[in-house]
Design a protein around this ligand. Structure first.
Ligand code: TXA
Ligand code: MG
Length: 336
């Protein structure tokens, strides 16, 4: 079996994680093959997976996530050969991008092949596909011998899970099996690029920096944001949101007045005493490190019973684009 090789090559060193992975992988593959749901780690966030070729299994993903049926899922595959099974037409730029960035946090939206049931793509003629860069995800897909449809393993609209405990907290009892792969390395979801037209279109900023994509395929179009009609519901203005009210603050002048506010910031603040809690995303200011820590920091602040989370936007470059996108959406959520 390929499992041992995957685990070794990926430097999955934590013994507990390794043991859990080995004993549970075969079980997880069985669950997928028999129409069940498996939460599994990827390099970006944890996914909630089902056999992408089984419409009934995929319907359960929508139910468990309480996700609207108009919001299509990403199909996870382990190789280019399997990707060609689910997406039927590949222009040269698509092949080039796949070669350069897979396995990795880049999702390509391509014309869908008929083997993929309509429910996966919410009735669209396209399918979103990616090869995740995580040994357990790859081993699971290989072991099951199936493409795996998986959204992030959280309830719709809430903060994405970057640790197994985040999944347990939101979805315990509703999934058949959870594979624990420890914390996710990248920490924000994949970049989504539509390759339906000649010029690639950015649908969601994510774990693969736009600058790197543009260095391979030239300028990428940005989606004009029309909150009333999102093309990728990752673009829904209300998304990735904590239960606590979150506001953006430029760190100039005094922060929004609130008796118990928590601060989410890239670098340590000048005066931490103004806040009941402070989460620093990366002491060094490194945006990759900040992305890795983003959702876990939000989960922690959200669990503290604060009145307000004050988030400082980061520089709009590299992974900063994805971080700011998630912060903006967390901020626009209306609280009940
Ligand atoms: O990193 C990731 O992308 C994670 C891990 C688990 O792979 N997955 C993830 O899935 O973030 P989800 O469901 O939370 O977000 C997928 C996004 C949605 O906004 C959906 O609208 C978009 O992908 N999408 C899926 N199929 C699409 C299609 N055919 N056309 C346009 N957008 C699509
Ligand atoms: Mg999601």
């Amino acid at each position: 079996m390929a499992t041992e090789a995957f685990l070794a090559s990926a430097g999955l060193t934590d013994e507990v994680v390794r043991r859990d992975a080995k004993t549970n992988l075969r079980k997880a593959a069985d669950v997928l093959q028999s129409g069940g749901l498996v939460a599994f780690p990827t390099e970006t966030v944890y996914g909630l997976g089902a056999n992408a070729l089984d419409a009934t299994a995929v319907a359960r993903v929508f139910e468990v996530k309480r996700r609207p049926r108009f919001d299509p899922l990403i199909v996870h595959v382990h190789s280019m050969v399997q990707a060609r099974l689910v997406a039927c037409y590949w222009r040269d730029t698509a092949v080039e991008l796949a070669r350069r960035f897979w396995p990795g946090p880049l999702t390509l939206v391509l014309p869908k092949s008929d083997v993929v049931p309509d429910i996966v793509a919410s009735g669209l003629s396209t399918v979103a596909v990616r090869v995740p860069d995580h040994p357990l995800a790859l081993a699971l897909i290989a072991e099951a011998g199936l493409p795996v449809a998986a959204p992030s393993a959280n309830t719709f609209g809430s903060i994405s899970p970057t640790r197994a405990e985040h999944v347990r907290k939101q979805l315990d009892g509703e999934i058949d099996l959870l594979l624990d792969g420890g914390p996710c390395r990248v920490g924000v979801e994949s970049t989504i690029l539509s390759l339906e037209d000649d010029v690639p279109l950015l649908l969601r900023a994510g774990g693969t920096p736009l600058e790197e994509i543009e260095s391979v395929v030239g300028p990428v179009r940005r989606q004009r944001s029309d909150p009333g009609r999102p093309t990728a519901p990752g673009q829904c203005p209300q998304h990735y949101a904590p239960k606590t009210q979150l506001v953006l603050w430029q760190d100039d002048g005094s922060p929004p007045a609130s008796p118990r506010a928590g601060l989410l910031t890239l670098c340590p603040p000048a005066d931490p005493n103004q806040f009941a809690a402070v989460e620093v995303l990366a002491e060094s200011g490194n945006l990759r490190e900040a992305a890795t820590n983003l959702f876990a920091a939000l989960h922690r602040l959200d669990a503290m019973g604060l009145d307000l989370i004050v988030a400082v936007p980061v520089p709009d470059e590299g992974l900063g684009l994805a971080i700011n996108d998630r912060l903006r959406r967390a901020a626009t959520t209306k609280k009940q």
